[in-house]
Write a protein that binds this ligand. Structure first.
Ligand code: C2E
Ligand code: CA
Ligand code: CA
Ligand code: CA
Length: 279
């Protein structure tokens, strides 16, 4: 053991040491990934009751040259801690806008909305609104086609900043989805004060439809509340026909999940769009 700060003894812990090394290796790999343009966007379709694709959620993928595909669940938290989420988030936003521009001239894709995940640190940086505006201008796309997914935690982190920025972005024409809804400390009060266009019912509840009565009730309640407030709602993590039927019966009109498709690389997503469009 060696002496740490004032009264604390720091013990050498091999497991912790390994974790720290892994983390700093990941950090430098993330820098390389940014510089060498290693990140990719995958697209997971969002469909309506008639099975038509209305848009897609953009999900980042990192095909690591040595380690293979690394899940965002593994690298996004580290990107957040190190601040690398700022350039990464900006890259995602810009790449999504670039894709929207390309799709403008494709009949079956010109109407699609893209939903981009925004992390708290990214949203709360001072020039976030300007960054969004910059990417929108750069490709001169209709802001209505861009949706930003914010989590409840992000929103409540700094509620004053959130209110100001959401209203500014709303004015520009960007829309908002409240992601992972039901898992945080959602305040119903803010729900009516913020310009939220959509509630995204968290997959942890959707998964338990038909298994856990209380989760089914939560899903039903969220849908009912959203519909009464005239906020669009979408269920994520829809995997079974049973879940879809329950959701439909209770008034949910938009779905996302493996029942329809997992997140796909661009080319596969585009051919899915084309084949569904032709039906
Ligand atoms: P999320 O925003 O809640 O995204 C939904 C996650 O659920 C995605 O995982 C998606 O692939 C997965 N999923 C979709 N349908 C199903 C289903 O039917 N069953 C199951 N079991 N899973 C389903 P993914 O792509 O691994 O992303 C994980 C998380 O990483 C995301 O959760 C989001 O928090 C974060 N993330 C992904 N891309 C970005 C990004 O570009 N920026 C930021 N800040 N975070 C991102
Ligand atoms: Ca999301
Ligand atoms: Ca989610
Ligand atoms: Ca989530």
């Amino acid at each position: 053991a060696k002496r740490g700060g004032r009264n604390s003894l720091l013990f050498y812990d091999p497991a912790m040491q390994a974790a720290l090394e892994k983390r700093s290796a990941m950090e430098s790999d993330l820098r390389v990934a940014l510089a060498e343009n290693q990140f990719r966007l995958f697209y997971q379709m969002q469909v309506n009751q008639s099975g038509r694709i209305v848009g897609a959620e953009v999900l980042i993928r990192w095909p690591h040259p040595r380690r293979g595909m690394i899940s965002p669940l593994e690298f996004i938290p580290i990107a957040e801690e190190t601040g690398l989420i700022l350039p990464i988030g900006q890259w995602v936003l810009d790449a999504a806008c670039a894709q929207l521009k390309i799709w403008e001239s494709a009949p079956e894709k010109a109407m699609l909305q893209l939903a981009v995940n925004v992390s708290a640190r990214q949203f709360h940086q001072t020039d976030f609104v300007e960054q969004v505006q910059l990417s929108l201008n750069k490709y001169s796309i209709n802001p209505n086609r861009l949706k930003l997914e914010l989590t409840e935690t992000l929103v409540l982190d700094d509620i004053d900043d959130t209110i100001v920025k959401m209203h500014r972005l709303k004015k520009i024409g960007v829309s908002f989805s409240l992601d992972d809804f039901g898992t945080g400390y959602s305040s119903l009060y803010y729900l009516t004060k913020l310009p939220i266009d959509q509630l995204k019912i968290d997959q942890s509840f959707v998964r338990n439809i038909g298994l856990t009565q209380s989760d089914a009730v939560i899903v039903q309640t969220i849908i009912g509340m959203a519909n009464n407030l005239q906020i669009e709602n979408i269920a994520e993590g829809v995997e079974t026909e049973e879940q879809r039927l329950f959701l439909e019966a209770h008034g949910c009109r938009l779905y996302q999940g493996y029942l329809f498709s997992k997140a796909l690389p661009l080319e596969s997503f585009e051919s899915q769009c084309a084949s569904i469009f032709r039906r």
